[in-house]
Design a binder for this molecule. Structure first.
Ligand code: C2O
Length: 531
């Protein structure tokens, strides 16, 4: 195995889009940041030097949370002028992932794709494509992102939404001043292409489609899936999807487009990003055709699409679904009124799990755990809500009171965990993409309405459920995931809509060390930033 080294210099650079220029936090002056290419089994060393303020996250690291990246969870932020090397072995994942800054909303501009090639000599379990393209979906804001965040977090009201969606940082020609900010994929008729699609948007789940061409989904979140053909995909922030596309149409120019999946559609759809799928030899003067995208609020497309995702589950790539459960967790997702009596007098809107809104600590939780520093967090996060209620029914104000705290769950090493995430109607039902650090999990079931512990588990897919690291909890519904807690450390779990994360929709799992010396958290690297 090789050592792959990257240097990331975090610096300000003027970036202009939609006729607006603004100072932007970039990696090596690039927006979006560079793609990381690595092979399964390699050791990856990313030296990050901060000229602004930065933290980074992207892959799962066995026993090595120090390289995970979320600020105040596994490390303190890298101070201005300092460097830190994210040094870890790439194991157990192959496909597309993404890396991003993990402090406040800095990931708005500091992100990029990670391409993990399978081990040397191991072919893809699908036809070898002629060429690959990275397709990283994002958002562009004309105004300064940090200002918008402060507004959002302080008032508990949604900040102004972004001004455009982007594909590889480019909004595409439907926007003003954007002709040259258009991503183009040049293709040849009869050839097959692998699109590595990443959703790096801050606050939107996205539909993505390509005019005139079907896509075959072959992998999500760096795990192979049973291939299936679709006209459009749904992808949430934090998720990745690899699709094969055959350039089988009459040579021409075709738009690829991304636009949000929203519970309440925008009155005017003015945020759709486009890229161009361009057959070789076709002049740029040919006007491309737009793809058919699902309606903005097409939740039945979303539900059906997610149901089609299944693990490949072959002897070579088995789905090791936990068949028994040692620990059952049931977390409600809701919005509520802050009832921390000393700080905000119950006036601020917060987001919570089991009515607990997460308070960021002052030092990294992993440091506190490893060095046994007391008073940083409590391990009393409840396994289920204190009083069950009709989660998706009419909300009761009694359920709105929310506690604020740095409370996490302690999990026994190697135990099997089932977590049911239940959306609630506290203030409003909404869909939430949940991301767990340090693990992949199996999505064994999902449904609309209240989870029924007597009936729903009998319908679980325990054979070939999709394995991933981010899953959408449907609007007014639930999702059940299972994983084996075989990675010791402190692992963040949060809604990947940055607005909701900022309101406290997050917690962490402290997975204890195992009995063997190769089942414990590794010692921290020498250059680990401290607070
Ligand atoms: Cu993609 Cu905690 O993040």
């Amino acid at each position: 195995a090789a050592i792959k080294k990257y240097n990331f210099d975090i610096q300000m650079k003027n970036v202009s889009r939609l006729c607006h220029a603004k100072p932007t936090v970039t990696v090596n002056g690039r927006f979006p940041g560079p793609t990381i290419y690595v092979r399964e089994g390699d050791r990856l060393q990313i030296n990050v030097t901060n000229h602004v303020k930065y933290n980074m996250h992207g892959m799962k690291q066995y026993r090595n949370g120090w390289a995970d990246g979320p600020a105040y969870i596994t490390q303190c932020p890298i101070q201005t002028g300092n460097s830190y090397t994210y040094d870890y072995n790439v194991t157990g994942q192959r496909g597309t992932l993404w890396w991003h800054a993990h402090i406040l909303w800095l990931r708005a501009t500091v992100y990029g794709a990670i391409v993990v090639m399978p081990k040397q000599g191991t072919p893809f379990p699908f036809p070898q494509p002629n060429r690959e393209f990275e397709v990283v979906l994002g958002e562009w804001w004309n105004s300064d992102v940090e200002t918008i965040v402060k507004q959002g977090n302080a008032m508990g009201l949604p900040p102004n939404s972004s001004d455009a969606h982007t594909i590889n940082g480019k909004p595409g020609p439907l926007f003003p001043c954007s002709e040259k900010h258009t991503f183009a994929m040049e293709v040849e008729q009869g050839k097959t292409y692998l699109l590595r699609i990443v959703n790096a948007a801050l606050n939107d789940e996205l539909f993505f489609a390509l005019a005139g061409h079907n896509m075959t989904v072959v992998e999500v979140d760096a795990v192979y899936t049973k291939p299936f053909m679709t006209q459009a995909i749904l992808i949430a922030p934090g998720q990745t999807t690899n699709v094969l596309v055959k350039a089988s149409q009459a040579p021409g120019r075709y738009f690829a487009a991304a636009r949000p999946f929203l519970d309440v559609p925008l009155p005017v759809d003015n945020k759709t990003a486009t890229a161009i799928f361009q057959y070789k030899g076709i002049p740029n003067t040919v006007i491309p055709t737009l793809p058919q995208l699902p309606a903005q609020n097409d939740s039945s497309f979303a539900l059906n699409y997610n149901k089609k995702l299944k693990s490949l589950n072959t002897p070579k790539f088995p789905a090791n679904v936990p068949l028994t459960v040692d620990r059952n967790l049931f977390y409600t997702i809701g919005l509520g009124k802050d009832s921390c009596p000393t700080c905000l007098n119950g006036t601020r809107l917060v987001a919570s799990l089991n009515n607990i809104s997460f308070n960021m600590p002052q030092i990294g939780l992993l440091q506190a755990h490893y060095f046994n520093i007391k008073g940083v967090f409590k391990t009393d996060f409840p396994d289920k809500p204190s009083t069950p209620f009709n989660y998706t029914g009419a909300p009761l104000t009694a359920n709105l009171g929310t506690l604020v705290g740095t409370r996490v769950s302690k999990i026994k090493f190697n135990s099997t965990v089932e977590l049911v995430l239940q959306d609630t109607n506290l203030l409003t039902v909404e869909s939430h993409p949940f991301h767990l650090h340090g693990y992949n999990f199996f999505v064994v079931g999902t449904g609309i309405g209240n989870f029924d512990p007597a009936k729903d588990p009998t319908k679980y897919n325990l054979i070939d459920p999709v394995e991933r690291n981010t899953v959408g909890v449907p609007t007014g519904g639930w999702t059940a995931i299972r994983f084996r807690a075989d990675n010791p450390g402190v692992w963040f779990m949060h809604c990947h809509l940055e607005l909701h994360t900022g309101w406290g929709l997050k917690t962490a799992f402290v997975v204890e060390d195992g009995p063997r010396s190769d089942q414990t958290v590794l010692p921290p690297p020498k250059d680990l930033p401290f607070c």
